[in-house]
Design a protein around this ligand. Structure first.
Ligand SMILES: CC(=O)SCCNC(=O)CCNC(=O)[C@H](O)C(C)(C)COP(=O)(O)OP(=O)(O)OC[C@H]1O[C@@H](n2cnc3c(N)ncnc32)[C@H](O)[C@@H]1OP(=O)(O)O
Ligand SMILES: O=C([O-])CC(=O)C(=O)O
Length: 465
């Protein structure tokens, strides 16, 4: 029902044809990376020497004062966002990934491990390689005692995202990168300890995130131990206390895989990249990224969507009509607030992640009938026209945050202030992948030039002369 919005082009089909056979060998993740890094280094060197002076765009005043929107100014290898088609991970669209990336044993959905392998290497892993990665992450997943104690001491009233950022920063106590740097490691060696830190962090995020959930919302309940035979999300859902719900587990696998990367310019990924470019270690870099994700115009919007939809439900009752929703949307807009879950800095079509998560709902009778899922859907049927009439937003369509929370809510995970933490478990996949590659490629410290208002006026005056 949503397919009409996605316009696959001939170029994109060709890209898939070219990439779909790039399956991984039987090598380990580290050996695969060792094999492919020299070719990428060569590609970068060639670009720098042969095309260093090639112009690929203009910088307009509107870019400088408009949040750098549209400016091509960052290298990010794992994914590229097309305004109409949405995200592609190394050339693979979401439906492509759903076809080729291995699921968990007994499951059907993409899992973060297979997405992580794809993001890091550009190759589709085998089931065996995915299992090995799951096992490695499970073996590394326990938190150091002092981090458990630190998180347990935080006030329960502190927002879960603040707690997550604090916990992730504290994990840098054991940073392999930092330790090797202090010993005088060479620049060419940076990527290897960065990778170890990134894998350790991804492994530990579920235990940290679940501990925060238990402390804040289920105090006094016991966290189960990590099961070495389970995948990352299987363990995460267990630790959250929802392990018996296979539908929720499958949903979280898909959710966390799909939210993993959204090219480099989004606020959280960009923050990790910026902080990492100073050679701050992956824990500190990702902690900073989480605080960008915690803003209501970015990741926190998924919390805001639930708050907004529930307030709508409370005000309008159970039998909400399209007209009721239309009026409620206008009320929100006229009061000067944004409609959470709608609009985007790049996308100009419904977000294919929104479509994939909605399709998950439409394929399951209990979700299809769920009042909150139906309300999200009904809002989608009305909101684009209202936003078009309102005339401000460049993209009147839903982004992923418009729908990601309603399934959690339906399955009983109703504490929506926690929802961005789940996003935070996910975004590590892409942000940390790029940190590994930034170090492998020897990318420099990020330092764009800024201008004062007066300097900008001066520049414009000089251009006109
Ligand atoms: C995972 C993610 O991060 S996806 C994004 C999640 N965020 C949200 O859903 C929050 C609601 N959406 C928004 O605030 C915006 O659409 C953003 C932040 C996502 C993108 O911002 P921009 O690229 O600046 O959007 P755009 O260029 O369309 O903005 C133009 C105007 O439309 C407004 N606008 C954009 N989206 C909306 C919206 N959903 N509701 C009302 N007004 C909106 C902007 O506030 C801006 O108004 P202004 O001229 O008074 O400043
Ligand atoms: O791309 C963006 O700016 C925001 C977004 O959807 C994401 O980070 O997932």
């Amino acid at each position: 029902m949503f397919a009409r919005f996605v316009v696959p082009t001939r170029a994109s089909a060709a890209r898939f044809a070219a990439t779909q056979y790039r399956f991984a060998s039987t090598k380990s993740l580290r050996d695969t990376l060792k094999d492919i890094i020299p070719a990428k280094q060569e590609q970068l060197k060639k670009l720098k020497t042969e095309h260093g002076q090639t112009v690929v765009g203009d910088v307009k005043v509107e870019n400088i004062i408009g949040g750098m929107r549209g400016l091509k100014a960052m290298l990010w290898d794992a994914s590229v966002l097309d305004p109409i088609e949405g995200i592609r991970f190394h050339g693979l669209s979401i439906p492509d990934c759903q076809k080729v990336l291995p699921p968990a044993p007994g499951g059907k959905e993409i899992i973060p491990e297979s997405m992580l392998w794809l993001l890091l290497t550009g190759q589709v892993p085998t089931s065996e390689q995915t299992r090995q990665l799951s096992r490695e992450l499970a073996e590394k997943g326990d938190l150091p005692k002092f981090v458990e104690q630190l998180v347990d001491e935080l006030p329960k009233t502190l927002h879960p995202m603040t707690q997550l950022g604090i916990g992730v920063a504290a994990l840098n106590h054991d940073s392999a990168f930092q330790a090797a740097y202090e010993k005088g490691m060479k620049k060419t060696e940076y990527w290897a300890p960065t990778l170890e830190d990134c894998l350790n962090l991804i492994a530990r995020l579920p235990a940290l995130a679940a501990r925060i959930y238990r402390n804040v919302y289920k105090p006094g309940t016991e966290l189960p131990a990590i099961n070495k035979d389970l995948d990352l999300v299987g363990n995460y859902t267990n630790m959250l206390g929802y392990g018996s719900n296979q539908n929720l587990t499958e949903y979280l696998r898909l959710y966390i895989a799909l939210h993993g990367d959204h090219e480099g310019g989004n606020a959280s990924a960009h923050t990790a990249h910026l902080v990492g470019s100073t050679l701050s270690d992956p824990y500190l870099s990702y902690s900073a990224a989480l605080f960008a994700l915690a803003g209501p115009l970015h990741g926190l919007a998924n919390q805001e969507v639930l708050r907004w939809q529930l307030a709508m439900q409370q005000e309008l009752g159970d039998k909400i009509t399209h007209d009721d929703i239309r009026d409620y949307l206008w009320k929100t807009l006229k009061s000067g607030q944004v409609v959470p879950g709608y609009g985007h800095g790049v996308l100009r079509n419904p977000d294919p992640r929104f479509i994939a998560l909605q399709e998950f709902c439409q394929a399951r009778p209990e979700l299809k009938e769920s009042p909150i899922v139906q309300l999200v859907n009904k809002t989608f049927e009305v909101a684009p026209d209202v936003l078009k009439e309102h005339g401000k937003t460049k993209n009147p369509y839903p982004n992923v945050d418009a729908t990601s929370g309603c399934v959690l809510y339906h399955y009983g995970l109703t504490e929506f202030k926690y929802y961005t933490v789940i996003f935070g478990v996910s975004r590590a996949l892409g942000a940390l992948t790029q940190l590994v590659w930034a170090r492998a490629l020897g990318l420099p410290i990020e330092r764009p030039k800024s201008l004062s208002l007066d300097a900008l006026e001066e520049l414009i005056k000089n251009q006109k002369q």
